[in-house]
Ligand binder design. Sequence first.
Ligand SMILES: [Mn+2]
Length: 422
Amino acid sequence: MKEHAICARKRLYERMEKKSAALLFSGSAPHKTNDQSYHYTPQRNFLYLTNLPEENMILLMTKGDEEEKTYLFIEENTERRIKWEGARLTKEEAHERSGIPLEQIHYLDRFARTFGSLVQHSGRSAIGGPLETLYLDLAPRSVKDTPESLKKTKDIRRNYPELKIKDLNSHTAYLRMFKSEAEIDKIKQAIHHTRKGLSNILANLSRRTHEYQLQADFLHAITLSGSEGTAFDTIAASGKNATVLHYTDNKDPLDKKDLILFDLGALHESYAADISRTFPLSGKYSKRQREVYEAVLRVQKETIKKVRPDMTWKDLNAFAKERLTKEAQGLGLLEGDEGIEKYYYHTVGHFLGLDVHDVGFINEPFRKGMVLTIEPGLYIAEEGIGVRIEDNILVTDKGALNLSESIPKDPDEIERIIGESS
Ligand SMILES: [Mn+2]
């Protein structure tokens, strides 16, 4: 992954203006309560460009007329920190993992001085004149939020009002759409853990009494498999709960006559898998459940086949919606071509990577190296049936490569597996 980070920085430099700098913060875990913090989640853009999943670091990338330089600022180890929290990466370790030159890795107290000299020096500085443009990660966490990096750079903006501020995120979001081999390997590993988790769910399905128990079966197996945890809150939604797209309470008792919809994924070194499967709690799909299940499965397989370079999300969404409309007519849910929104109310997929709903541009045609989810569903609240089937797809020159092919979705196979373990 060191090579991947070096390559990612090179690609970012190609997109940056001359006499500019990019500034990124790895951030720190938010406070939870009293003396507890949340577990740290590596800042995705920072991790992408450095291969360093650590708190309280600053990355500074400068681009001059002729020269590009990357600086890293890290926390210094103290006796107390070593004893209480564990040692931080040393300069040598950070250099080893990121490929950033050792002589350009400093402790955090050097940051202000280094940055100040970059902005003010002309001629002699590394960028061949005063800095003109500063790229910051301006993606807010929500529409009402001030982006984290703007809060952190208040001083910089006050001291250097002449700097033109640009959004770094539009560039990193573009780069992150195209996965390197090393990234694809990590996504495959995340899918491998997820497959083990789903196998463990199937093995225990017939003896569990509550949704949360199956959530625990998943977590147990992915942890044993070497995953650092779930990529997002596990959805274990039985019966009518499956018609609520983001149901994560997982508190209800299980009723054998229901289906249960799982939407879940493991992480592998911060890369996500995102898989949905729908199983019969009795071990056998009822006639109606199977009709609905097979309808969704047909649409899912056909939508995957549609994926190829130059295809767009817009076309793929239109295709899935049209096919689900036809299936809903066959199921007696719709009479005409209108009204599928009652039974299908999300889009057919999204990019997948360091974020489960990964960054990227929705209007960008598919290209080799993109990783997508394909996840059509039908949700019939009045019948207590919700079915979603989701796989993770790599776009290749030849079309779709299903990375999660080995996770069972054929209804006969699912019934056989449940039957064997009950
Ligand atoms: Mn998904």
